[in-house]
Design a protein around this ligand. Structure first.
Ligand SMILES: [Zn+2]
Length: 748
């Protein structure tokens, strides 16, 4: 063999090794080390499990559920070997043609190896597995998912399904939000009214949670439900078999209305309080922290909770407390005096530390939302769940708290274009869940070590039932499973996307109502050479997009989208993706209504915020109006600044009217401008005011507010529109007011 032949053989060998490393078995989460044995398959009609088989074995369960056939001939072995050198929850797995071997030091490791086997199974036999070797262990010890059952009660069957999904994806924490303002969901034997009264509210089905009004006197309380202690024991046992720890959350000292409707004596005022029907007119009383009886009440509750849940942590909420209530309470004020503290946030710290002591007496640790750090003196032993952003992750890890990162994983947020999705708020697309790095850059080793893990949240204000919960959960849960398990250098968005079809099929088989928003067309208009063009895209490009411009529903025979479409006059744009065999997306729609202003060049004195079209300000005159959702991609958001827009019509033209839309939504800090002024100019230097207007009138109703200015005999080339911001936020002086504006129309 001459040298060049040897060289070629070596190269061929390297290439083969490279291909085997690159082989995609579509495992989720992706293992941290994997290599395949080319051409090797383990094929079995039945399997025998040997060695340190876990008491609850997924493979054993599967085999029990699979009827034996007469034709079954090949029985092969799976060996379970205790290996003390394997990391916690980790495992190694070797698949050869006649033997599968699993090594682990923990039951969870054996279970996760089995889950890997379940995902590797190929069609053709009871068990057909590709030959390979895997060495795997999780990045984080806390891979959680939260479920809010206070806003809407889902029930035992759904919770068990939820646990099954988490287990399949190697997640290990269910954070169970059992109490909050509109419902108390856990039986407490010593205080039966918590569920007799607190678990039931008036039925407001058909109304959104935000519009659902508080109970009227004498109204029947028929909507709700709760878990008995027997149910909870069953669910906790079911979860534990699947390596899932349930962390119960018992909210205090705020978000406690349901408890205080039942036992108003533990509030500052003594009540009584009506039961919320949802959010509308709901009272939000706190526990009175200056009343010793409150601590006795909570100790009794927490001791029953601790009996039911063997978790290391018990979550006490602690978020969004209206601390001003304590300022009006003589007992709370006396406590403040006794403690020599002036700040109500320190009163919450005092409360949190008392509860932490109570829990410590039960051998448990306290965890709460990041507000529990406010006041700055909380003991480092308390665990902190961060929901309000990366800076608080830095602050909490630096202060020595164990931290769970949730702020990028709110699955109640929109996952696609608001116009095509069930009404909610915010925006969290699949790719953002997958690619966001939960450990802040620049963290020290100590700070990194304090990050316990990640958790997705499913708040259910806008999620009335389990089908909708599934829709918000999937596919984002698939992405989160890799964030928690897979090392950052092994993460790969493209590989993840290529695995999606397999997991969507898995969800189809279980009849899960997952979202397909990633395939829905997104419509964007942009000026190109003085003409408006329309572009379609998808979060995950797949299949083909077909469109119409006359408002008819796109079908398989409609125009196929390939390059940006030039718009010639008024158009009703419709687009639909045919993303896989027999499957089509929702239909995206936009009305293009050009005016004299459409597509004309303009400049802005202050730029809109990056996340609200800072990079595509031309949407202000693209001919498409923003919808009732300010984050639909059609609104420009200006933070604290005036809008000052100078438009060049290209030549002197007569204008008769100007219309512009603004958005009002005070709870999102979006205010109407204080005044509008319009100026004209022939040369762009000398300006004359042609209209001055107090602006649209705020009426407190959320939505679009329009100004319509009419001119007489105005001819101009340049036009300047100024909308004056309120500037500083009227309630929170550290914040500023937003102006949201869209679509300037000029008519002749
Ligand atoms: Zn009080």
């Amino acid at each position: 063999m001459n040298r060049s032949v040897i060289f070629q053989v070596v190269i061929a060998g390297l290439l083969q090794a490279f291909t085997s490393f690159g082989q995609n078995f579509h495992l989720l989460p992706e293992p941290n080390y994997m290599t395949s044995r080319e051409g090797v398959y383990f094929v079995a009609d039945r399997v025998e499990l040997f060695g340190d088989v876990p008491e609850f074995s997924v493979i054993n369960e599967l085999q029990k559920a699979t009827p034996k056939k007469k034709t079954d001939k090949r029985t092969r072995r799976i060996m379970y070997i205790f290996d003390k050198f394997v990391l916690d929850e980790g495992y190694w797995l070797s698949v050869e043609d006649t033997l599968v071997t699993i090594g682990a030091a923990t039951t969870s490791g054996f279970l996760y190896a089995e889950q890997t086997i379940m995902q590797l199974r190929q069609e053709g036999a009871f068990m057909k597995l590709p030959g390979l070797e895997i060495i795997d262990s999780p990045r984080f010890g806390w891979r959680g998912m939260h479920l809010d059952e206070s806003r809407h009660f889902m029930g035992k069957e759904f919770v068990m399904k939820y646990i099954d999904w988490l287990f399949s994806l190697k997640m290990n924490v269910l954070h169970w939000h059992l109490t909050d303002a509109p419902g108390w969901r856990i039986e407490i034997k010593k205080y039966p009214k918590l569920t007799e009264i607190g678990a039931w509210r008036p039925d407001r089905s058909g109304l959104s949670f935000m519009e659902a009004d508080t109970a009227k006197a004498g109204e029947a309380m028929t909507y709700g439900g709760f878990y008995t202690q027997k149910d909870i024991k069953e669910i906790v046992r079911y979860a534990a078999e699947r390596n899932i720890t349930i962390i119960p959350e018992i909210e205090m000292p705020g978000h406690t209305t349901a408890a205080l409707v039942a036992y108003p004596e533990y509030s500052c005022t003594g009540g009584p309080f009506p039961m919320p029907g949802g959010a509308k007119n709901s009272p939000y009383p706190n526990f009175c922290v200056g009343n010793e009886d409150t601590y006795e009440f909570l100790t009794d509750i927490l001791s029953e909770v601790a009996e039911l849940f063997p978790s290391e942590y018990i979550h006490i909420g602690g978020d969004e407390v209206d601390r001003a209530q304590w300022s009006k309470c003589a007992r709370c004020q006396k406590l403040k005096g006794d403690l020599k503290i002036e700040d109500d946030s320190k009163l919450q710290v005092y409360f949190t530390e008392r509860i932490e002591e109570i829990l410590a007496g039960m051998g448990r640790k306290l965890m709460g939302w990041d507000e529990i750090m406010e006041g700055g003196t909380l003991t480092p032993s308390a665990g902190v769940m961060v929901w309000r952003g990366e800076d608080l992750v830095r602050k909490a890890t630096a202060a020595g708290h164990q931290v769970v990162v949730t702020h990028n994983y709110y699955f109640d947020l929109y996952q696609g274009s608001p116009a095509l999705e069930p009404v909610t708020y915010g925006y969290l697309p699949l790719e953002r869940v997958y690619t966001y790095e939960p450990v802040p850059s620049g963290s020290t080793d100590m700070e990194r070590a304090n990050i316990r893990g990640v958790e997705g949240c499913l708040w259910t204000e806008m999620i009335p039932d389990s089908k909708k919960a599934e829709y918000m959960l999937f596919p984002r849960l698939l992405a989160l499973s890799e964030v928690g398990w897979t090392q950052p250098e092994k993460k790969d968005w493209k590989r993840f996307v290529s695995s999606l079809p397999k997991y969507l099929k898995w969800l189809d088989e279980q009849q899960v109502s997952y979202a397909t928003s990633v395939f829905d067309p997104q419509i964007k208009l942009a000026p190109e050479g003085g003409v408006m063009t329309c572009q379609f895209s998808q979060q995950i490009p797949q299949g083909e997009i077909r469109y119409t411009l006359d408002g008819t529903e796109p079908g398989a025979g409609s125009a196929l989208y390939t390059t940006p479409v030039r718009l010639r006059g008024k158009s009703e744009i419709r687009a639909k993706a045919f993303y896989s065999a027999g499957k089509s997306s929702k239909t995206a729609a936009a009305s293009y209504l050009p005016s004299l202003a459409t597509g004309k060049q303009f400049s802005l004195k202050f730029q809109p915020a990056k996340q609200y079209n800072g990079e595509r300000p031309w949407i202000l005159n693209d001919g498409v109006k923003g919808s009732f959702s300010f984050n639909d991609g059609n609104w420009c958001g200006f933070y604290g600044d005036d809008v000052e827009l100078t438009l060049d019509l290209g030549e002197k033209q007569e204008i008769k009217s100007l219309r512009a839309n603004f958005f009002e939504q005070e709870r999102s800090w979006i205010y109407l401008p204080e005044a509008i002024e319009v100026e004209r100019s022939d040369d762009g230097n000398n300006w004359t005011t042609i209209a001055s207007n107090p602006g649209p009138v705020a009426d407190g109703k959320e939505g679009i507010k329009t100004i319509n200015l009419v001119f007489e005999g105005v001819k101009t080339r340049y036009l300047r529109v100024k909308a004056r911001s309120k500037g500083q936020h009227p309630v929170y002086p550290e914040g500023k007011c937003w102006i949201f504006m869209d679509e300037i129309e000029l008519n002749q």
